[in-house]
Design a protein around this ligand. Structure first.
Ligand code: HEM
Length: 394
């Protein structure tokens, strides 16, 4: 277990080729063995370039109107006074965002079938891997097969129509390596499921914590509201779409996101496996041993973040020391979705604080691991429209 920034850098950045990603076989089978995060070397590099370019700031700028539409419809579905499981609500939001980034527009039927089967996969992913019919794992394996079929259908339609779309699917389909080889349909499908998987619970968990931290600090919430209201009012009639520049100009909201990612440390650690005997600082890491860089320990070390248990977004007025802030990992496998994750969080917060108020139901001081940390029971909360903010609703 590595709890120092230097050791994490040694494993994840400087010697990434000596430490391979390692996941249980049952998980590889469920996501799809060709998904990029199971790989190293040339195949991984190629895929990573495709994913990174499809999720680069240039590419995601174009998603802003779509992201706003998803955020607004998510929030509208909450403001009926009923108790909402915030984490589950955020999962719906981050899934829709994943679909938008991967497919752009998708036919309603195909989207519904993807959603339905993906949620069965999601439920079985962390259950005991047994092939006994009726178990959550078996149901998930069956749903994963149906997902493959739906994805084959979508891929074939795209290929037939020869549509040169600029979304992630388009990039995966257009890819050719230096030998002129493209990805086969299974490789494309495994990577789509992989990205949906990497994108959904992580972002939903982060957003759930953000709502809790803001709820617990009303003064901070008022300051965030003031920042977001100013952006809203600077737009004509308060209802024009957000611009990319505006999303880059939300300094306090951005710091709230950074601090929430530090406090909650959603991806608390990662795993690698030594592919040869490796020596680090006089220690031998034998070939085949697992190595775990512990992001949460680094984020909660008072040497790097003073009074680490305090939620203080203003600490990000000073840039953290190198390799001490790793919510998106670092090195060869660092998160290619980090810009999209931040953009969708900024957009959701913008509409949330401008349009709704919320109240957490029950006491919420315990953490549940699902497997990412979330407040107990997914943070049950009640949402309602701010009466005097009616005009901001579009
Ligand atoms: C707050 C939200 C998110 C957090 C905290 C997060 C965190 C991380 C971390 C820590 C890693 C590195 C894991 C490792 O080194 O083993 C990672 C990898 C990855 N993430 Fe994210 N992520 C988030 C959102 C997203 C989104 C929105 C996407 C895609 C749309 C995404 C796609 C990926 C992919 C594909 C990888 C694997 C990269 C590789 O192996 O080369 N993530 N993420």
């Amino acid at each position: 277990m590595l709890a120092s920034p230097e050791a994490s850098r040694f494993v994840l950045v400087n010697n990434a080729d000596l430490f391979k990603p390692t996941y249980p076989k049952s998980k590889e089978k469920m996501i799809g063995p060709s998904a990029l995060f199971f790989h190293q070397g040339e195949y991984h590099n190629h895929l990573r370039k495709i994913v990174q370019s499809s999720l680069s700031p240039e590419a995601i700028k174009k998603l802003i109107p779509g992201l706003e539409a998803i955020a607004i419809s998510t929030l509208e579905s909450w403001d009926n006074g009923k108790v909402v499981n915030t984490f589950q609500g955020m999962k719906k939001f981050s899934f829709e965002v994943g679909i938008l980034a991967i497919f752009g527009h998708l036919e309603k039927r195909q989207k519904e079938e993807l959603k339905e089967n993906y949620s069965i996969v999601d439920k079985g992913y962390n259950s005991f891997p047994t092939n006994i019919p009726g178990t959550a794992y078996h149901k998930a394996i069956m749903a994963r097969k149906r997902l493959s079929q739906i994805l084959q259908e979508i891929i074939c339609e795209r290929k037939e129509k020869k549509l040169l779309e600029n979304d992630l699917l388009g990039h995966l389909l257009n890819f050719k390596n230096d030998k002129g080889l493209s990805l086969n349909n299974d490789q494309v499908a495994d990577n789509i499921i992989g990205i949906l998987f990497a994108a959904q619970d992580t972002t939903a968990s982060a957003l759930t914590w953000i709502l809790k931290y803001l709820h617990d600090d009303q003064k901070l919430l008022e300051a965030v509201k003031a920042e977001q209201k100013a952006i809203c009012l600077s737009n004509e009639r308060g209802n024009r779409s957000l611009t990319w520049t505006q999303t880059r100009n939300m300094p306090l909201t951005y710091k709230v996101i950074l601090e929430s990612l530090r406090m909650a440390s959603i991806v608390s650690f990662t795993f690698r496996e030594a592919v040869v005997d490796v020596e680090y600082n006089g220690y031998l890491i034998p070939k085949g041993w697992k190595v775990m860089p512990l992001f949460r320990n680094i984020h909660h070390n008072p040497e790097f973040f003073s009074e680490p248990q305090n939620f203080d977004p203003y600490r990000f007025e000073v840039v953290p020391k190198p390799n001490t802030y790793l919510p998106f990992g670092t090195g060869a496998h660092s998160c290619p979705g980090n810009e999209l994750a931040k953009l969708e969080m900024l957009i959701l917060i913008h509409h949330l604080v401008n349009k709704l108020r919320w109240e957490v139901v029950g006491s919420q001081d315990t953490v549940q691991y699902s497997p990412f940390p979330v407040p107990q029971n997914g943070l049950p909360a009640r949402f309602w429209k701010e009466p005097d903010k009616q005009e901001l609703y579009n």
